[in-house]
Design a protein around this ligand. Structure first.
Ligand code: ADP
Length: 300
């Protein structure tokens, strides 16, 4: 039985034991975190340029643009030197667009090996880790952050010239995680469609990048007009020029316009590389010009 007068002394002792244990636990967690950070930094040092693709809203074609840009780089003399991380944890679709869903991330002593896409592109995605097509990922922010950290540090990316990171729409957990984990990011490409609704949310993506001090490589207008393949008439389905206008208003470089092209959608669904299958299309030519602008930005 502890005397009342001794209780005063007893409590601090208990508190000391508890705090010692939690200190050890914290230290252990710290060491683990440090190790993970060191691993991430080692892997990322081998990649010359890292570019994130973001958008204010969903459905503007961000993943389609990310996959085709990565492909356009790989096709332009960067064979085996391009990687793409599908950081859309809850809605991964890059493997489908690149036609490499049938592969797996294989484990080995140095880590997980990415899937291999066209032109030797390295591909990593949550899609490879889900048991079925119907399996949803129901995770809160910290888990998503950990998954992204692991994708960056545990995947054996090897020596690459470019890593494209396809982020989910908006300014939520995943974009924030990538920006925090990769302060050396070369910059972001913001995808929008010309409509005023999309322009409105692009402003948020611009402010988000500026607040986090991440360079903005430029705004890219997708679904910019539609040319009827039968009569050649141009129709501004989501209007045209909104991306250019918002770029001027916000003093952000404008990268270019990709029109609506039914072949883009069909090729993505089939997992066929659009720019390879339709090299003479307006969209493919525009992709090539955008690649040049990005290269110019990176060479500054
Ligand atoms: P997000 O990543 O912004 O949610 P996606 O890349 O998944 O959007 O694109 C949404 C849909 O629009 C897909 O079916 C895609 O094939 C289609 N799409 C995207 N860009 C174009 C385009 N320029 N022309 C035709 N279809 C497109």
């Amino acid at each position: 039985m502890i005397e009342k007068k001794d209780q005063k002394n007893f409590k601090p002792k208990m508190a000391t034991i508890e705090s010692n244990t939690s200190q050890q636990k914290n230290q252990c967690q710290l060491t683990q975190r440090e190790q993970q950070n060191q691993k991430l930094s080692r892997r990322m040092k081998k990649i010359k340029h890292k570019i994130a693709i973001i958008s204010g809203k969903g459905g503007v074609g961000k993943s389609t643009i990310a996959a085709n840009l990565a492909m356009a780089f790989a096709a332009k003399g960067y064979e085996n030197k391009v990687g793409i991380l599908d950081a859309d944890i809850t809605g991964p679709c890059i493997p489908k667009i690149l036609g490499v869903r049938n592969q797996k991330l294989l484990g080995g002593p140095p880590g997980l090996f990415p899937a291999t896409g066209p032109y030797g592109m390295k591909v990593a995605s949550m899609d490879y880790l889900l048991p079925t097509d119907e399996s949803p990922v129901i995770w809160r922010g910290p888990l998503k952050m950990r998954a992204i950290q692991q994708f960056l540090s545990d995947i054996v990316w090897g020596n690459l010239d470019f890593l494209f990171i396809d982020l989910p729409p908006g300014t939520g957990d995943e974009p924030l995680s990538v920006m925090q984990l990769l302060p050396e990011l070369d910059g972001v490409i913001i995808v929008t469609i010309p409509s005023e609704v999309s322009q409105m949310v692009v402003k948020k993506a611009v402010t988000f990048s500026r607040q986090l001090k991440i360079p903005i490589i430029g705004i890219l207008e997708n679904m910019s007009g539609f040319v009827c393949p039968h009569c050649g008439e141009q129709t501004a389905i989501f209007s045209v020029g909104g991306g250019e206008k918002i770029s001027k208003d916000l003093s952000v470089p404008f990268l270019g316009k990709i029109p609506i092209d039914p072949e883009i959608c069909q090729d993505s669904d089939k997992g066929v590389s659009f720019i390879v299958a339709h090299p003479n299309s307006t969209a493919s030519k525009e992709f090539a010009k955008i690649v040049e602008k990005i290269e110019k930005f990176l060479s500054k």
